[in-house]
Write a protein that binds this ligand. Structure first.
Ligand code: GSH
Length: 206
């Protein structure tokens, strides 16, 4: 693989309760799975709103991504880019790559729009999430991962499901619960999590 200079944005500081949950976890996990070294640009208070950062991430959010050739924002697009560059994460062929993309969108659109409503306690969210979990359980069947082998689709789905990991609605779906546990047991997930924790700098509190 040609040399890439992998680089993502992260926050320099967030409160304890948000640590481990910032969405730069998604690219960090993909980098760890792929075995790609990367560096982070840590945004201090107010830096997300700067014109310079908004030229990279128009909404001032984290993560944004740069590999020296391509600059991207949105964690789903970033996952697809890292996945496409990695022999370990790429689909076997075009058909599998397309299926991976479908599952990344399913995680971040079909699921996350409703799982975030669930964590906000909004009406109807439990039913909507439950229907989706049932469908996911059926689609997974006996497979370990969403496609034949672990891919960025699993990173997208597991990071979304993890947000509702402690809820009764998830626990009622044993197959999905086991799938989530399988994803989170991967050493690369733990390395990504530790890397996010290690990047916070308490001397930069607002
Ligand atoms: N859809 C975006 C969402 C990113 C996002 O929600 N980032 C949060 C951190 S986890 C953020 O930057 N929040 C600060 C803000 O909203 O200004 C993605 O998946 O990349």
């Amino acid at each position: 693989m040609p040399d890439f200079d992998f680089h993502v944005s992260a926050f320099a500081w967030v409160p304890e309760t948000s640590r481990g949950w910032v969405k730069c976890l998604r690219p960090r996990w993909a980098f760890e799975e792929a075995g790609f070294a990367y560096r982070t640009t840590r945004l201090g208070p107010g830096e997300g709103g700067s014109d310079g950062y908004r030229a990279w991430q128009p909404f001032g959010m984290v993560p944004a991504y740069d590999d020296g050739r391509v600059r991207l924002f949105e964690s789903g697009a970033i996952l697809l880019r890292i996945g496409a560059l990695s022999d370990r994460l790429r689909g076997w062929d075009d058909a599998e790559e397309a299926t991976i993309a479908s599952w990344v969108f399913a995680a971040l659109n079909t699921f996350e729009t409703h799982t975030s409503r669930l964590t906000d306690g909004l009406p109807g969210a439990v039913e909507a999430v439950s229907r989706r979990l049932e469908a996911l359980e059926a689609a997974l069947g006996d497979r370990e991962w969403l496609v034949e082998r672990f891919s960025v689709a699993d990173i997208a789905m597991a990071t979304v499901l993890r947000e509702i990991g402690e809820t009764a609605v998830l626990r009622r779906h044993a197959g999905v619960s086991a799938y989530l546990a399988r994803c989170l047991a991967r050493p690369a997930f733990d390395r990504a999590l530790q890397a996010q924790f290690a990047d916070f700098d308490d001397s930069r509190v607002a």
